[in-house]
Design a protein. Structure first.
Length: 456
């Protein structure tokens, strides 16, 4: 049984029965049987059906927004995820023709030599709760468009999301077995992967979860995409627009109660701007309203689960005990308690503290002064993770030169916390080895097949 405990009040919000191992295997068989006919449909037809499914999700948005608040605590004032969900799916639909096009090396009197892209078969998508629609659609839309059938195993914290997506896609006309929402426990998921059920598995979540998936796939030669955790830095250079930097970086640290894979978790500021940056950051954070996410006034909801809030509390307390300065007065956030976690800004932090090295995934950020680019680059790279980094400067060449030296999947200049569907969403080090969205997303969701045809 999967149980979603609402972070709003700790009540049981939804319960779903997981599939028994035999039911899981049967779902795989249905997906395999359905796949050739799905792949045989014209690309334009697959694109149209996926786009219709996406539009149908949009029609459900008024119901989805409060459902998200109940499941994972995001305030209703932010209006759900349809903007990004639709942007990503629409972009992937638009580039599909080019991304899936044959690469013709030669078509002469004597030879036809061509590389085609063919679907893997059945793709398993394992999705997290923090942006449950947007993270899922990154793979679901291009996988289906590419001619795979898809099984979606969503997070236990957000069990209604997979159901909504399946309902929307089926209403739009996608055959039931082409896109299945499945409730699977970890063991059944691993067993299905180990039994070579899938042509490709895309996992988005924690490092430990990614390791479990990689171990389950060991020796099966199943392709896997792993989009894992991060400890993303922001660096404010001496020539940055300070107001824009502090607004965006603090929003990037605190939005969604800090539960963003590419949320800003640590900030390095050129020393001459340090005091001004910290003062403005404190002012912004003191303006947040922590509370019930169903209240339109709330800007900061509870964390998705009390255990996540407690983990951040422990990291923060440990840093303070080791000498960090906490700048946000708990008296300003009397709602703090349980899953409701007050935001915090820490200075006098160092890389000896877990809060500067381990993923916090909560509304806390440490800020350090740096004397030059070299020190900032060294600190940004002093991390087991490599998802994104956000550099603030008015000099594109400088940002690019710094970017070249940072070990991350994405380098931002003067922005943060955004997935550009035209670019590859990827990471390095413990962030895994995903490669979603963009033309590269299609390449990962298909395999190349070469034709060397000798004419008469
Ligand atoms: P999680 O505990 O790893 O769960 C993510 C998903 O994986 C859930 O569906 C979960 O199922 C499933 N899962 C976990 N362990 C599994 C196992 N051993 N076998 C099968 N399935 C397993 O991560 P989370 O706490 O939900 O998500 C937060 C993490 O995701 C953070 O580290 C965040 O940085 C990362 N994240 C990364 C990206 C990215 O693009 N790089 C995007 C979003 C989030 P259950 O819910 O049923 O346990």
């Amino acid at each position: 049984m999967i149980r979603c405990v609402s972070p709003i009040d700790g009540s049981a919000y939804a319960e779903r029965e997981t599939l028994a191992p035999d039911q899981g295997k049967a779902a795989v068989v249905r997906a395999k049987v359905a796949q050739p006919a799905w792949a045989a449909r014209p690309l334009a037809e697959r694109i149209a059906l996926v786009q219709a499914g996406v539009a149908r999700v949009g029609e459900m948005n008024d119901d989805i927004v409060p459902e998200l608040a109940h499941q994972m605590g995001r305030p209703i004032r932010y209006g759900g995820e349809f903007g990004g969900f639709n942007e990503r799916a629409t972009y992937m639909a638009r580039i599909a023709d080019d991304a899936m096009a044959d690469i013709t090396v030669e078509d002469s009197e004597h030879f036809r030599r061509v590389i085609k892209r063919v679907p893997h078969g059945v793709v398993l998508v394992v999705a997290p709760w923090n942006y449950p629609y947007m993270t899922a659609i990154n793979t679901v839309a291009p996988a289906l468009i590419a001619g795979n059938t898809v099984m979606l195993k969503h997070a236990s914290q957000t069990p209604l999301v997979g159901e909504r997506m399946a309902q929307a896609f089926h209403d739009a006309g996608l055959p039931a077995d082409v896109f299945q929402n499945v409730f699977l426990d970890h063991q059944t998921t691993s067993d299905l992967i180990a039994a070579k059920s899938f042509g490709f598995v895309n996992f988005t979540g924690s490092v430990s979860g990614g390791q479990a998936i990689e171990q389950a796939a060991a020796g099966t030669f199943t392709g896997i995409g792993l989009e894992l955790g991060g400890k993303d830095p922001g660096y404010v250079c001496d020539d940055a627009d300070l107001d824009a930097a502090v607004d965006t970086l603090i929003d990037g640290a605190m939005f969604n109660s800090g539960q963003c894979c590419c949320g800003i978790e640590r900030i390095y500021v050129a020393e001459q701007h340090f005091d001004a940056f910290v003062a403005k950051a404190i002012e912004i954070v003191n303006g947040y309203v922590l509370g019930n996410p169903l209240d339109p006034e709330t800007t900061l909801g509870p964390m998705a689960h009390v255990r996540f809030a407690d983990a951040v509390r422990a990291q923060t307390a440990e840093a303070i005990a080791a000498g960090a300065t906490a700048h946000i007065d708990p008296a300003r956030f009397p709602q703090d308690g349980g899953a409701y976690l007050m935001p915090q800004i820490l200075t006098n932090v160092s890389h000896d503290m877990r809060v500067m090295r381990e993923e916090s995934f909560g509304p806390v950020v440490g800020i350090m002064p740096v004397k030059d680019d070299a020190e900032a680059i060294r600190l940004m790279n002093d991390s087991p993770y490599g998802l994104t980094a956000s550099v603030w400067t008015n000099d594109v060449a400088r940002a690019e030169a710094i970017g070249d030296q940072i070990e991350t999947g994405t380098v931002f200049m003067n922005r943060a916390d955004y997935l550009d569907p035209g670019l590859c969403w990827t990471g390095c080090k413990d962030t895994g080895r995903g490669g979603g969205l963009s033309i590269i997303g299609y390449h990962n969701l298909t395999r190349p097949k070469s034709y060397h045809l000798k004419k008469a």
